[in-house]
Design a protein around this ligand. Sequence first.
Ligand code: C5P
Length: 283
Amino acid sequence: MKFLHQCPAPAKLNLFLHVTGRRDDGYHLLQTAFQLIDHCDLLDFDVRQDGQVLRTNDVPGVPADSDLIVRAARLLQQKTGTTLGADLTLHKTLPMGGGVGGGSSDAATTLMALNHLWQTGLSRAELMLLGLQLGADVPFFIFGENAFAEGVGEELQAISTPERWFVVIEPGVHVPTPAIFSSRELTRDSKPVRIADFSSNAENYWRNDLQTVACAMFPQVDEAIQWLSQFGNAKMTGSGACVFCAFADESAADKVITQMPGRWKSWKAKSLNQHPLVDLLQR
Ligand code: C5P
């Protein structure tokens, strides 16, 4: 029996997110910088000979059959024609509706791990295309390096970012991504910036265009941003709800955590340079 246990599916933060337009199919054109962090879900994979794909454990709020990891595995079966299946176990830590890419990262890790275990031999580029069918953020996690992204998030260029610690607050609400993107209040015409302008110390300039809309719909997000802003440039990630602030020193991040009001769940995470499974794939 072939298996991989405790495979990490790391979270991401959007260091900035600008909405620059909308495609005819309703999806939005973005510019964003994706930063991998070391706060992860964990997944176990056991190969089955009978071709079935099953999630073996209950995950509150994620029915097994609609789970993105099950859909990812079945998509890989369809694409490659493999007769193998798998038992999937998802140890969920990352918040849902949090903007940290948990579901997308779980799906990406599933595609990478099963492509390896099933020996289906898809290249990274092929897996990224497959991942795009599951969600706009999935290709980034398969790309596996911090990236400047355009298109709907699938046109990726690697960037280097400094080692940093992030304090992340979960404001206690689940933000529905489609509702944020479809809001009448959303600004969709941010002037495109050039990757050459991306610089690690331009934090005060980069903003998240989805933040105003999310804060208006969910005052809890606004409240968390206001509180965290006393320590630096606090911003929302993705379409929310999580809010973060970056620190050069781990001790500075620890200090913020110790002062955190009890009403919020919060955590500290360190920047990652690459997805831990990146070496399973040929470039
Ligand atoms: O691709 P994903 O499932 O993450 O997207 C969820 C929803 O967010 C989409 O159905 C769409 O309404 C919106 N979205 C968008 N433009 C993007 C990404 C997501 O409009 N670039």
